[in-house]
Write a protein that binds this ligand. Structure first.
Ligand code: AMP
Ligand code: MG
Length: 408
C-alpha cells in the first residue's frame, strides 16, 4: 500500500494553465441586474434586447424642405418653377397631424413627421425657400427623402444579443428604442487589500527602509479597467488581527478579495499567517515572476492572494484574475490577443517555469524591456507586451520567434 505524501514534502508547482483554471472556478458569476444606461458602459448585456417600438417610429423627413405630392411637382425644372402655397409648417417635434391637400406644400424640417397625403420631400436647396408660397425648381420621385417607419428597427425585433459588450453605439441604440436602463452583469465587487508595514502613502516623505505603496493603486486600476468595482484597503499592517479586522469590516459587500504581499517564504508573511488553514491554500505556480500564490475561500469569500513584488502582482492579475473576472461578468472574449514575434535579444529562463518577460513590439520584432526581475515596475510600465518563454526552454537566441501577449 502506498503511503500518503508526507505533509512536509514540498508539493510540485502547479502549471500556469491549471492555476488559471482554478481561479476561473473560484470567482463567482456576477448576477444580472438592471442598471441605468449611464452606468452600463463596458458591461455585458445580460438578456437579449427586444425593441418594443419601431425606429423610426413614424415616416419622417430626411431633409429640410417641403413635403409635396410628387405628381404636383412633376413638371418642375431649373427654369420652370412650380409655385405651391405653403399653408402648414412642420418643425421637428410637431405632434399634431395635418394632412397635405393636393396642390399645396408643407414646409418640413429634418426628423419631422411626413404629413398624410405627401409622398416626397423636395429639399430646400431645390426651392426658393418661401414661407407662404414656395417655388419648386426640381421634380422628385415618390418616396424621395422619406425615412420610413421601422426602416432601422422593426417593432419586436431583437436589436442586441445577450453577451454583447456595451459601448457607446449600443448604449445609444438602447436609448433610441426608449430604454432608460439595461439588464447587465453587475460589476464584480473586488476588495483590494495591500499589506506591508514598510509601505507609505505616495505624497509623504520616506524614511530609510520604507517604500511607496503602489500595488493597491495598480490593482484597483486594473480592476476598474475591466469594468469591475474595487474597494481598496491600504496599509493593512503585517499583523494578523489587524488583517482579519480589515476583512471582517468589508467582506459582506465583496464578491472577491485580492491581497498583495505577505505570501512568500519569509517571516512576517501576514496573509499566509492569517489565512493558512482557513480555507486558503498557499502554493507555487511554475512561472516567473509570480511563483508564490494562494487562493481559496475564507468563510464564503473567494480570496486570491498575490505576491507583493509589483510586477508579480501585476502579472498575476493579468494572467489569472483578469480572465476570471471578465468571464464572471459575462464576457466571452477574456484573453488578450497574442502574436508571434522575433526577439531582438537572447532570453534566458529557468527550466520548468514559464517566464513572462516584458517587451516592446516593433512590427514583427519584439525587444525585451529590462530583466526578468519582479521588482522592475518601470520596465513593466514601459512595455506593451509580455514575451512568453515556455517551461521547457532555458535559452532562446536572438532572432528566434516567440509568443507575445499584447497588453495594449
Ligand atoms: P512581500 O510579498 O510582502 O514579501 O513583498 C515582496 C516585495 O514587494 C517587497 O519588496 C515589498 O516591499 C514589495 N511590496 C509588497 N507590497 C507592496 C505594495 N503594496 N506596493 C509596493 N511594493 C510592495
Ligand atoms: Mg510584505
Amino acid at each position: 500500500m502506498s503511503q500518503p505524501a508526507s505533509s512536509t514534502a514540498v508539493p510540485s508547482p502547479l502549471s500556469v494553465d491549471d492555476y488559471r483554471a482554478r481561479i476561473a472556478e473560484l470567482v463567482p458569476a456576477a448576477p444580472v441586474v438592471l442598471r441605468p444606461l449611464a452606468e452600463c458602459l463596458g458591461l455585458v448585456l445580460g438578456e437579449d434586447l427586444v425593441s418594443s417600438v419601431a425606429m423610426p417610429p413614424f415616416d419622417n423627413s430626411a431633409m429640410d424642405g417641403y413635403a409635396v405630392r410628387a405628381a404636383d411637382v412633376a413638371g418642375a425644372g431649373r427654369h420652370a418653377a412650380v409655385a405651391l402655397p405653403v399653408p402648414v409648417d412642420i418643425p421637428a417635434g410637431r405632434t399634431d397631424i395635418v394632412a397635405l391637400l393636393p396642390g399645396t406644400a408643407h414646409r418640413i424640417m429634418t426628423g419631422a413627421p411626413v404629413p398624410p397625403g405627401a409622398d416626397a420631400i423636395v429639399k430646400v436647396e431645390d426651392t426658393d425657400g418661401g414661407e407662404q408660397r414656395v417655388a419648386v425648381r426640381a421634380p422628385v420621385a415618390p418616396g424621395t427623402h422619406i425615412r420610413r417607419a421601422g426602416e432601422d428597427v422593426a417593432e419586436g425585433a431583437t436589436v442586441l444579443r445577450a453577451g454583447t459588450v456595451l459601448s457607446s453605439a449600443q448604449l445609444g441604440l438602447a436609448a433610441a428604442i426608449g430604454r432608460a436602463g439595461l439588464p447587465v452583469h453587475r460589476p464584480a465587487r473586488v476588495l483590494v487589500l495591500s499589506t506591508g508595514s514598510e509601505l507609505v502613502e505616495p505624497g509623504n516623505p520616506l524614511l530609510h527602509g520604507q517604500i511607496y505603496e503602489s500595488n493597491s493603486v495598480l490593482l484597483a486600476a486594473a480592476v476598474r479597467e475591466i469594468g469591475a468595482a474595487p474597494t481598496v484597503l491600504r496599509f493593512v499592517p503585517d499583523d494578523v488581527a489587524a488583517f482579519h479586522a480589515a476583512i471582517a469590516e468589508h467582506a459582506a459587500d465583496a464578491d472577491l478579495l485580492i491581497t498583495s504581499g505577505g505570501v512568500s517564504a519569509g517571516a512576517y508573511e501576514v496573509v499566509k499567517d492569517a489565512l493558512s488553514g482557513q480555507g486558503v491554500e498557499f502554493l507555487r505556480v511554475a512561472m516567473q515572476p509570480g511563483g508564490p500564490q494562494g487562493s481559496g475561500r475564507f468563510g464564503s469569500l473567494p480570496v486570491v492572494t498575490l505576491p507583493g513584488n509589483p510586477v508579480s502582482t501585476a502579472l498575476s492579475f493579468e494572467l489569472f484574475l483578469r480572465p476570471a473576472l471578465l468571464a464572471a461578468m459575462g464576457h466571452q472574449a477574456v484573453d488578450r490577443p497574442t502574436a508571434r514575434a522575433t526577439t531582438t535579444e537572447e532570453l534566458r529562463s529557468p527550466i520548468g517555469k514559464r517566464q513572462y518577460r516584458r517587451g516592446q513590439r516593433d512590427g514583427s520584432n519584439v525587444t525585451p524591456v529590462g530583466g526578468p526581475g519582479s521588482h522592475l515596475l518601470a520596465s513593466f510600465a514601459a512595455s506593451d507586451c509580455l514575451i512568453v518563454v515556455p517551461e521547457d526552454e532555458t535559452m532562446i537566441p536572438a532572432g528566434a520567434e516567440v509568443d507575445v501577449v499584447l497588453l495594449r
